[in-house]
Design a protein around this ligand. Structure first.
Ligand SMILES: Cc1cc2nc3c(=O)[nH]c(=O)nc-3n(C[C@H](O)[C@H](O)[C@H](O)COP(=O)(O)OP(=O)(O)OC[C@H]3O[C@@H](n4cnc5c(N)ncnc54)[C@H](O)[C@@H]3O)c2cc1C
Ligand SMILES: NC(=O)c1ccc[n+]([C@@H]2O[C@H](COP(=O)([O-])OP(=O)(O)OC[C@H]3O[C@@H](n4cnc5c(N)ncnc54)[C@H](O)[C@@H]3O)[C@@H](O)[C@H]2O)c1
Length: 458
């Protein structure tokens, strides 16, 4: 089959791929964007956007339940209908990407629905419903395949109707009971949402704490909140076998312990099948977990990779940031390379856990002279005024030799928003002495940063 000559093929149109494909097409290149599922990727249809709509609704319930403490009396009768409707109609247009495809085509790109793989340097073969198409990309192939949920090795799991995030965002009704395998960001966000809508939820985490990528204090805080809200958490726990009898899942843990629930959500991490993507055809390791890229996102001669697959943080903002760098490089423009010192991340539980840069442990592992400072939100004037729902803390990680922050966590009410100040401090390497001289508005939650700076100096 003769190859169709093009300038660029983008494989996978997640947030970064869609952005890169459109910008390159607008720059006048002949761009083919290939997407197996929906243009926009995981984020708008099965991840960030619908889950944050769920979180928003569950926070409204939690606030309403605090009325009794603060403002009289409120009866709360949760209903999933407005959440499911919003996700179906507003967020995903019933999981239809027609508008996104049209937007891309208006930018000048050509869209192909299908599954693509590299078959030779510069050559991409796409399997579509109508057969195979081959493209020869003269200038660039951009890989943005994202990740798929990983199935943990639990006997019997594959033959059960377990959920991943894709089924969980699309539910029409809240499950009566739910076991969540995995206490990372995905598991914790879903667990709290469904519990606040009255599901009986159990989280099973193989490691010793929730939110393992964050400061231990963050995992402890979420575990305490879950205990208060009736979410059962089993850490250092692994399922060995699972059965489904048509109504109930039974998970067999080590030591004869069993857990049962009507539904099972697998949130045990994510990965990419690099073999299926054909990266071996350009000399890349098909057995690796991620595609190594340089600071301009170059993975091999004529191949750029962006997004989750690069292993620099599985976040939409990282994918978009990398897309911008790759586009500039492909267009031959000068520009700064990627800088990951201040990657912000927010887990949208309540308390919200915002973090940037290194954790204390990561900073120590790098051999830095580390000083930390910490303060509780509830001890600040605003936390005290706020009352119910004010749990949280700010933790600062300083490179004491240089007197700058290299990492920080803001957990609590609006933790992800307070993080903005800390991200600037880490990114700009603002001296901690200068942060101490700043004026922090009274009485805001972000004044907890000032308290944590005082603790850092003590
Ligand atoms: C439940 C959940 C909640 C999340 N919440 C947040 C959040 O609040 N904030 C945040 O920043 N991040 C969040 N994330 C992470 C975020 O979804 C991803 O980081 C983001 O989607 C960027 O991913 P990406 O650009 O690598 O590609 P993806 O969004 O994964 O898209 C890749 C696309 O490539 C397609 N594809 C793959 N292989 C091929 C192929 N061979 N041929 C053609 N097409 C292919 C896939 O179908 C997919 O559409 C969340 C993730 C999950 C699972
Ligand atoms: N708000 C956000 O920005 C947001 C939200 C959700 C996801 N994400 C991104 O998506 C990525 C994937 O998230 P995730 O939570 O699926 O993955 P994760 O890798 O962060 O967490 C998975 C957890 O599952 C546990 N686990 C693995 N196997 C297990 C088993 N057999 N039994 C019990 N526990 C097991 C792991 O120990 C780990 O703690 C994250 O890296 C994150 O960057 C971001």
């Amino acid at each position: 089959m003769p190859a169709e000559a093009v300038d660029v093929v983008v494989i996978g149109m997640g947030p970064g791929g869609e952005h890169a494909a459109a910008r390159l097409a607008e720059a006048g290149l002949d761009v083919v964007g290939v997407e197996a599922r929906l243009v926009g990727g995981e984020c708008p249809y099965w991840a960030c956007v619908p889950t944050k709509m769920m979180v928003r609704a569950s926070e409204a319930l939690a606030e309403a339940r605090r009325v009794d403490d603060l403002a009289g009396r409120a009866e709360v009768s949760p209903s999933w209908t407005p959440v499911a409707t919003r996700i179906r109609e507003e967020a995903t247009t019933d999981w239809d990407d027609a508008a996104a495809v049209e937007r891309f085509e208006k930018s000048g790109g050509r869209f192909v629905r299908g599954r693509a793989r590299l078959t030779a340097p510069g050559e991409v073969t796409v399997t579509t419903d109508d057969g195979e198409r081959v493209f020869a990309a003269a200038r660039a192939v951009v890989l943005n395949p994202g990740t798929e949920p990983t199935l943990p090795p639990i006997e019997g799991l594959e033959s059960t109707p377990y959920w991943t995030n894709r089924e969980a965002v699309a539910v029409a009704e809240v499950p009566d009971s739910l076991i969540v395998i995995g206490g990372g960001p995905v598991g914790c966000e879903f667990a709290q949402v469904f519990a606040r809508f009255s599901a009986e939820v159990t989280v099973l985490e193989a490691g010793s704490r929730l939110l393992a990528a964050d400061e231990p204090e963050a995992g402890d805080l979420i575990a305490e909140t879950f205990a208060d809200e009736g979410v059962a958490v089993h850490t250092d726990a692994r399922a060995e076998r699972v059965e489904f009898d048509g109504e109930t899942f039974t998970l067999h843990l080590g030591g004869g312990q069993r857990l049962t629930a009507a539904h099972l959500l697998v949130a045990a991490g994510r990965g990419t099948d690099l073999e299926a993507l054909g990266v071996g055809a350009v000399g890349l390791d098909t057995a690796a977990r991620t595609v190594d890229v340089d600071e301009h996102m170059r993975a091999a001669e004529g191949v750029w990779a962006i997004g989750d697959v690069t292993g620099h943080g599985a976040f939409t903002h990282v994918s978009m940031y990398q897309a911008g760098i790759a586009v500039a490089d492909i267009l031959g423009q000068d520009g700064p390379g990627a800088d990951y010192r201040a990657v912000p991340r927010v887990t949208f539980t309540e308390p919200e856990v915002g973090a940037v840069g290194l954790t204390e442990e990561q900073a120590r592992d790098r051999g830095l002279t580390v000083r930390t400072g910490q303060a509780q939100v509830s001890s600040s004037a605003r936390g005290w005024i706020h009352g119910a729902g004010s749990a949280g803390f700010v933790k600062l990680v300083e490179d004491a030799d240089r007197g700058v922050l290299v990492g920080a966590t803001a957990a609590g009410p609006s933790g992800g928003e307070i993080l903005g100040v800390l991200a600037v401090a880490v990114h700009g390497e603002v001296p901690t002495a200068q942060l101490r001289d700043m004026i922090y508005a009274y009485p805001t939650f972000h004044r907890t940063i000032e308290d944590a700076l005082r603790d850092l100096a003590a």
